[in-house]
Design a protein. Structure first.
Length: 462
């Protein structure tokens, strides 16, 4: 495998101010459609557009999107410069607000600098080792109950079933089960989350009737009302669920969250906990359905554990861990991360002016042949100790981001995904046509239009 750490014309260290050159002008053939720019091209095939940008401009490339000039940061070095943000030139809040509007306002990902540090310092107490162990114990009954609703079918729609399952898990872990919430209301909550997430791909970003933006505004109100209805009880009595923990945890300096803080963080956490996990588990189902030899290898590993494995036992899994990492590489749940510059900066020798929107593209890094052997091939052993291709560059594999905004819940997500997979592997077997490609499943939309059908069979246990 050929490994490179720089591209001709870039500096040896990302973010170095010398030598530097001005940001390139957009070539005439890359201007795209009037007003829309390259937005439709991105929605159709993001990886193809990333490759074209890389070929034409290198790691720091200008692009016209929805009436504005953005900059794409591609490749591990450019991504590292933005995510580590050593000169504090990049901010999250104004950038993510531009993409997802007010629907996940003041979630941890949308805060910056000292305010972000304070909120993260409080919230990280909800993800300590002992709390993670407790969350894993509570996951198993929710997973078992959710999987009882699955039925063996030749075209079982896996994606919506997983969406419901991961929302049920999030309700148990984050809200103590939302025990008095009827299934019809939980279905409405699930739809509200989907509507808010899909707002990121909206072309019309104004609340006109029938638009994604309008549905997302309604979805945010549904989520706020739902969470506020539980807030008084959780404030009154401390319990082990995440909502109560956010109501009661405080730092040594006495810093605590307000009610609005709790609501904003809960909306964002529940979205992240069930939307991104759904994408990863569904990708693993697809890949293991196409590669039965790996499905059996993972099943053997799952059967060697107790029916309800502990956090330490989930962490001991090897093949399942490699498959999870390979799924995150091939289909990152967050394929791009956005930033905005608040002052002039230099990335890979290219000057980026202040007040520039930037799109950081980890998904492109995940499939660059400079860092990965046969990058589009399913090959979990690339993460084995003998190979460790993910170590070819510290940002060659970055599904959880990096720097101070690296995903706080990545260990929770990993344990949840592995727990779900253990239950699925013990109780079910499935297959997927090797030629199957999910419609619209191209990283720009979170929901495959066909529901991701799989041939699902219940296992006969010895």
């Amino acid at each position: 495998m050929t490994q490179t750490t720089s591209r001709p014309g870039t500096t040896a260290s990302a973010g170095s101010p010398t030598p530097s050159r001005p940001l390139a002008e957009v070539l005439p053939q890359d201007r795209g459609k009037p007003v829309l720019g390259r937005a439709l091209e991105y929605a159709k095939d993001p990886l193809a557009m990333f490759q074209r940008q890389w070929d034409h401009y290198g790691p720091v490339s200008p692009i016209l999107m929805l009436g504005q000039r953005w900059v794409f940061l591609l490749g591990p070095e450019a991504c590292e410069a933005a995510l580590t943000n050593r000169d504090k030139a990049f901010v999250n809040g104004p950038a993510w607000t531009e993409v997802i509007g007010p629907f996940f306002q003041r979630g941890l990902m949308l805060l910056d600098f000292e305010e972000h540090h304070m909120h993260r310092r409080i919230m990280q107490q909800a993800f300590t080792r002992d709390r993670l162990e407790g969350y894993v114990e509570r996951m198993h009954p929710a997973i078992e109950q959710g999987l009882r609703r699955w039925r063996p079918l030749p075209r079982f729609e896996a994606y919506p079933a997983l969406k419901t399952l991961t929302l049920d898990i999030a309700a148990e872990i984050f809200m103590g089960g939302a025990e008095h919430t009827p299934p019809s209301e939980m279905a409405a909550i699930n739809k509200a989350f989907i509507d808010c997430v899909q707002s990121a791909a909206a072309i019309v970003r104004y609340p006109l009737p029938g638009t994604r933006w309008k549905r997302a505004i309604k979805g945010r109100r549904v989520l706020e009302d739902f969470l506020r209805s539980y807030l008084p009880d959780r404030r009154a009595t401390e319990t082990s669920d995440m909502l109560s923990q956010l109501c009661h945890i405080e730092t040594e300096d006495g810093e605590r969250f307000t009610d609005d803080d709790v609501i904003n963080h809960m909306v964002f956490l529940m979205m992240a906990a069930h939307d991104t996990s759904t994408i990863t588990v569904s990708t693993m189902l697809e890949l293991l359905g196409k590669h039965p030899e790996w499905q059996e290898r993972c099943r053997t590993e799952a059967l060697a554990l107790p029916e309800r494995p502990s956090l330490a036992e989930l962490e001991s899994l090897e093949a399942i861990d490699w498959v999870m990492k390979e799924a995150l590489r091939l289909r990152a749940p967050v394929p791009v991360m956005v930033r905005r510059t608040i002052k002039d900066t230099v990335v890979c020798g290219v000057e980026i002016p202040a007040d520039t929107f930037c799109s950081v593209g980890p998904q492109f890094s995940h499939v660059m042949p400079e860092y990965w052997t046969d990058p589009m091939r399913f090959d979990p052993e690339r993460f084995s100790p003998e190979r460790r291709e993910d170590k070819s560059h510290r940002y060659a594999w970055e599904p959880f981001g990096g720097g101070v905004h690296k995903c706080l819940g990545m260990h929770f997500a990993g344990s949840e995904i592995k727990a779900i997979m253990c239950h699925l592997l013990r109780g079910w077997t499935w297959s997927v046509d090797p030629g199957y490609v999910a419609p619209l499943n191209n990283h720009s939309l979170p929901f495959p239009s066909d529901g991701q059908p799989i041939d699902l069979l219940r296992r006969t246990r010895a």
